[in-house]
Design a protein around this ligand. Structure first.
Ligand code: SF4
Ligand code: FES
Length: 279
């Protein structure tokens, strides 16, 4: 539930009164209320871009009523929102027909379309093997979150696509895999092969570094250099994989617990030690 503050405003969602905070989006508030609104181009970690339009809802503000992308639309006092009206369902169906025409084999698109009763599309398909919905998540995470900017949009209209400049191996890609993680359709993929990470979609290969503890390749050299550049000079960069880092943390925690148990035991006597150790 939203905390009531000086910035609290009142809205209505599907006939239910709700508190929201100035600056929140309709999607954030509706999801907090448990509303089922589909999204494809939305990710908490990046600024909304409203590319896919599957999150459309109907809003009424004063005399104005319109369909808006909930992931980007800010709440305002008195706003009335319908998340599942006939107009919303019809609009989402059209959006899904268009997405299905673009990516007829994408499981994510096919499954979502089916949820709205869309199993075929009246629109023409340009490339039956296309799996990119042009949501721009990969571009935004690379540029805005990581500050790398290795990928971008090229061309316009039906030729619009995401990729690396000139469709050649990228000089600036650090191979961090953030684009793989955020891509909603699985269009972006990478493969680790020995000491090489191949960013297949971007035709780029990067050298992997081995964990100082277990020796497993775990991150690219460029990725670690990038992180090094972001850290203050006095903060050391451990070249240790997440698995070893976790096990080191568990080890430290267990050592700290033993010290606490021993100290408590010293004041509780031998019985106390046995009781504490059996916990
Ligand atoms: S590659 Fe994936 S994340 Fe990037 S625009 Fe296409 S669908 Fe979106
Ligand atoms: S999730 Fe809102 S437009 Fe894509």
């Amino acid at each position: 539930m939203a905390q009531i503050t000086a910035d609290s405003i009142n809205i209505t969602v599907d006939g239910e009164l709700a508190e929201a905070q100035v600056g929140e989006t309709v999607l954030t508030v509706c999801r907090r209320m448990g509303k089922d609104i589909p999204t494809l181009c939305h990710h908490e970690g990046v600024e909304p871009y409203a590319a896919c339009r599957v999150c459309l809802v109907e809003v009424t503000a004063g005399a104005r009523q319109e369909l808006v992308p909930s992931c980007q639309y800010p709440v305002s006092d008195g706003l009335v929102i319908q998340t599942d009206s006939q107009a919303v369902r019809d609009a989402r169906r059209v959006v899904l027909e268009l997405l299905l025409a673009r990516c007829p084999k994408s499981d994510v698109v096919v499954d979502l379309a089916r949820r709205y009763g869309v199993t075929e599309t009246p629109y023409p398909t340009d490339d039956p093997d296309e799996t990119c919905i042009l949501c721009g998540l990969c571009v935004r995470v690379c540029e805005d979150v990581l500050g790398v900017g290795a990928i971008g949009f090229a061309d316009r209209g039906i030729d619009r696509e995401v990729g690396v400049p000139f469709d050649e191996a990228s000089e600036v890609c650090i191979g961090c895999g953030a684009c793989v993680a955020v891509c909603p359709t699985g269009h972006v993929c990478s493969i680790d092969d020995g000491l090489v990470r191949r960013m297949e979609t971007w035709k780029t290969e990067l050298e992997l570094e081995e964990c100082e503890v277990c020796g497993r390749p775990f991150a690219t050299v460029k990725q670690l250099d990038h992180i090094r550049g972001l850290l203050p000079e006095h903060v050391p960069l451990n070249r240790i994989c997440p698995v070893c880092r976790r096990s080191q943390a568990v080890q430290r925690l267990s050592e700290a617990c033993s010290i606490v148990v021993d100290n408590l035991g010293a004041t509780a006597g031998q019985d106390g030690i046995e009781n504490l150790k059996s916990l």
